[in-house]
Write a protein that binds this ligand. Sequence first.
Ligand code: PRP
Length: 217
Amino acid sequence: MLNIALPKGRLGDQVYELLASVGYDCKSIYEENRKLVFENRENGVRYLLVKPSDVAIYVEHHAADVGIVGKDILMESRPDVYELLDLGLGRCRMCVAAREDYMEDRERPVRVATKFTNIAKEHYAGLGREIDIIKLNGSIELAPILGLSDVIVDIVESGNTIRENHLRILEEFLPISARFIANKSSFEFKNGAITQMAQRLGEAVARREEEKKKKEE
Ligand code: PRP
């Protein structure tokens, strides 16, 4: 049995559809209840529905063999897992944004509000710029509006949240998408099953990209 940590929400739904399309379906997952574990013995899969930011924790600690997680979370928490495949889903980018009228004062550290403290520190260290970090857990866009910070470091997908809160993007520095990850010891002991899943997913991703290209032509 392969234990798969699936992020709850839109990304998880898309990834489940992809997995189901290549032979790992588990119909009971559509049952409307509060269950968090679903299995299909015939396919040898057990799905664990977890919070997106916890997927890598389950995989790293061997509570799941494989999982699907955003590159943002991998960059932020650097779990000791194998990153096997870019699924090309959940595309967005890590950005620095500020109020539309923001003017940088180079005489003092930049006050940065973010959920992604490690990513922000690394980014500004690369620029040789001193910062003061304010760690928040959500609604990050409020911080510069209320003067709690000068800028935010956060993910931007459609750009709606930035626009509707009258912020502007100053920099885009990290493209993000969902990754297929594996626990290191599972990869050794369940290698056949994990490699097969990665291969089928890889083929499905390539087919999807091809179709997308054709449509654009
Ligand atoms: C994320 C992110 C932005 C928003 C970006 O927040 O932190 O606020 O999505 O998406 P957009 O560019 O399509 O508007 P999330 O919805 O995860 O909620 P949060 O405020 O609780 O972090």
